[in-house]
Design a protein around this ligand. Structure first.
Ligand SMILES: Nc1ncnc2c1ncn2[C@@H]1O[C@H](COP(=O)(O)OP(=O)(O)OP(=O)(O)O)[C@@H](O)[C@H]1O
Ligand SMILES: Cc1cn([C@H]2C[C@H](O)[C@@H](COP(=O)(O)O)O2)c(=O)[nH]c1=O
Length: 190
């Protein structure tokens, strides 16, 4: 089973991914968790740019595609073929949102990615208003980085919300407690 959690920064994706992995492991399932950008060469360059200044929109998109191609071939596809549960903290829907907010066409980004990247069985969009997301980022001890500017995050949120309506997409209100959000995710999967 292939599960992806998406949403703007601070919505609780990393936290919920770990709780969900624990749930599957309690059921005896073998679970692989991962994130994008990865810690590979392209992902590391992208993470560095969050602090030092964003790359050009063209280079940023190119690096995310290169990072994901390596991620699909080296981890995602082999894990799925081995029958493991794969849970991702971000995937190509973030590319649609974040690089879409920089002027690229989200539909074209989706087509480019789905040419090589498997479509997940379940996509959970964790939704939160930008102000609350920012306060959670601050509560985590971070300050907003180059990807987390307020106006950009609002555009990203709108693109994520445009994905709802497809059968594999589930909108999860992330304003509740950690437990409420995880309960809502598990209810879909149960
Ligand atoms: N439902 C919640 N209620 C209150 N605080 C939360 C909730 N979920 C997560 N948090 C807290 O908000 C902060 C951000 O959570 P987390 O890092 O999981 O978000 P994220 O979506 O992965 O963020 P990013 O995309 O920036 O990595 C953390 O300090 C976390 O403990
Ligand atoms: C996969 C992906 C991610 N991003 C951005 C979104 C985040 O602000 C940063 C780092 O992610 P994290 O969740 O804070 O670890 O990368 C992006 O712009 N495009 C993408 O495809």
């Amino acid at each position: 089973m292939f599960i992806v959690l998406e949403g703007i920064d601070g919505t609780g994706k990393s936290t919920q991914c770990q709780l969900l992995a624990d749930w599957f492991r309690e059921q005896g399932r073998e679970v692989v968790t991962s994130r994008e950008p990865t810690d590979g060469p392209w992902g590391s360059k992208l993470r560095q740019s969050a602090a030092t200044g964003r790359l050009s929109p063209e280079d940023e998109l190119d690096y995310f595609l290169k990072d994901r191609s390596q991620h699909v071939e080296e981890l995602i596809k082999p894990s799925l073929e081995a029958g493991k549960v794969v849970i991702l903290d971000r995937y190509y829907f973030s590319t649609m949102a974040y690089q879409g907010s920089r002027g690229f066409d989200p539909t074209e980004i989706r087509q480019k990615n789905e040419a090589f990247a498997p479509i997940p069985d379940h996509l959970f969009i964790l939704d939160l208003d930008v102000d609350t997301a920012h306060s959670r980022i601050g509560g985590r001890g971070d300050s907003a980085n180059e990807f987390e500017k307020r106006d950009s995050l609002q555009k990203c949120r709108d693109i994520f919300l445009s994905l709802t309506g497809e059968p594999f997409v589930h909108l999860i209100d992330s304003h509740g407690t950690l437990e409420d959000v995880q309960k809502a995710i598990r209810a879909v999967l149960a």
